[in-house]
Design a protein around this ligand. Structure first.
Ligand SMILES: NC(=O)c1ccc[n+]([C@@H]2O[C@H](COP(=O)([O-])OP(=O)(O)OC[C@H]3O[C@@H](n4cnc5c(N)ncnc54)[C@H](OP(=O)(O)O)[C@@H]3O)[C@@H](O)[C@H]2O)c1
Length: 290
């Protein structure tokens, strides 16, 4: 059995890992959230890890409220950076491979072609800069790590754009959605499956050396306007989506205008097939409705 510790497992991604875990009978999962394991405490994390013979750690815990982070900088840093340092130090000490999740918000968003892993980072928000600090902690303290940057995560769990649009689409006949932010939605179920496939591949290759940073989202490119339009269409809501822009729809944290991630590295290294964002909305909406 391979013991896998999952932190922050009541969130979107953690919940999807729980859903998909049955597909991986050779893995033994230890699901934790802040009540069982508060990763901001080095001592608590050290004690929790000590006797469990953990091989992999999937860190789904994060401070993900992008606008709140602008006002609660210390809280964001504590979870997105300092806690990742705890995980990095302990993983290195206990020969655990940490799989850490980061974000497209580490980039400036001023680009025009999909970001590769080695492109210059320039976060525009507290969330983005604290997530980047977390990445750097792993690089410094635990060389044998995998960091996966992802974007626009949605699932049947928690709060996300797809669920907000589904609900608003039932209540309203018209909605304005920004058209000048371009990226790719990521179905958390697909990311969960990708992570477990990566673990399988690392497990089965004793000489595995390709640690480092990877990008993962679904295939394709769209604006939030396109995403919202497709959601209403699939949900058969009679709600017309109109375009607006970031200036009209202002938020505390600055959002990247373009944050499409280039996924060639993850596809080639781990031989992954990635589904298109459009087809995966069906799957998620079907689960929400059933
Ligand atoms: N959501 C997105 O659109 C998006 C986009 C790009 C990247 N990401 C990254 O993807 C990863 C997963 O995101 P997600 O949307 O699944 O996050 P999420 O739903 O916000 O889940 C995070 C979980 O961590 C828990 N947590 C909070 N403080 C903790 C602590 N001290 N110790 C342990 N757990 C704690 C949270 O509990 P509470 O709810 O009680 O606080 C929550 O259950 C994150 O690293 C995020 O930065 C997300």
């Amino acid at each position: 059995m391979t013991n896998i510790l999952v932190t922050g497992s009541n969130g979107q991604l953690g919940s999807e890992i729980k859903e998909i875990s049955e597909k991986y009978p050779l893995f033994h999962f230890i699901f934790t959230d802040v009540e069982e394991l508060d990763i901001t405490s080095f001592e608590a994390t050290e004690k929790f890890i000590a006797d469990k013979n953990i091989s992999f750690l999937i860190n789904c815990a994060a401070c993900t409220n992008v606008d709140r982070a602008e006002e609660q900088i210390e809280a964001a840093k504590l979870l997105n950076a300092d806690a990742v340092k705890n995980l990095a130090l302990l993983s290195n000490q206990h020969q655990i491979v940490p799989i850490h999740i980061s974000t497209d918000y580490v980039f400036s968003g001023q680009g025009y072609k999909p970001y590769t892993e080695d492109e210059t980072t320039k976060p525009q928000s507290v969330y983005g800069s604290t997530k980047l600090q977390g990445e750097l902690m792993l690089q410094k303290h635990c060389p044998n790590h995998i960091t996966i940057r992802t974007s626009w995560l949605y699932s049947p769990f928690g709060k996300n754009f797809l669920k907000t649009m589904l609900n608003l689409g039932k209540e309203r006949t018209e909605l304005n959605v920004v058209v000048d932010q371009i990226g790719t939605p990521t179905y958390a179920y697909d990311l969960a499956d990708c992570i477990l496939q990566i673990i399988e591949k690392i497990k089965s290759n004793k000489d595995f050396k390709d640690f480092g940073t990877y990008h993962y989202s679904n295939e394709g490119v769209c604006s939030w306007f396109d995403f919202a339009t497709e959601i209403q269409l699939i949900a058969k809501n009679k709600c017309t989506i109109h375009t607006t822009d970031s200036e009209e729809f202002s938020t505390l944290a600055k959002r990247p205008h373009f944050s499409v991630l280039n996924k060639s590295k993850i596809k080639n290294t781990f031989d992954l097939d990635i589904p298109h964002w459009r087809e995966r909305i069906y799957h998620c909406i079907k689960r929400i409705k059933s």
